[in-house]
Design a protein around this ligand. Structure first.
Ligand SMILES: [Zn+2]
Length: 70
């Protein structure tokens, strides 16, 4: 498995993922109430943006998707 390729629960395939940006981390902290969201990654497949951690493909039920920037 290369660095950014992880299984995406919502795509049901291996997809490129990237760490969250600073503004996305602020959003996810507010969304989840968690203080540390450094371990989360976002699926880069078109129109997906599902959030997972490095170890857990399905950390949220229902799933959380990062909103598109304004
Ligand atoms: Zn995906």
């Amino acid at each position: 498995m290369s660095s950014g390729i992880k299984f995406c629960y919502t795509c049901d395939t291996d997809e490129p993922h990237r760490p969250l940006t600073d503004s996305e981390k602020v959003w996810l902290k507010n969304r989840t109430g968690q203080r540390n969201v450094d371990g989360y990654f976002m699926c880069e497949a078109p129109n997906c943006r599902n959030v997972r951690t490095g170890f857990n493909k399905h950390p949220f039920d229902p799933v959380i998707r990062v909103p598109l920037p304004d």
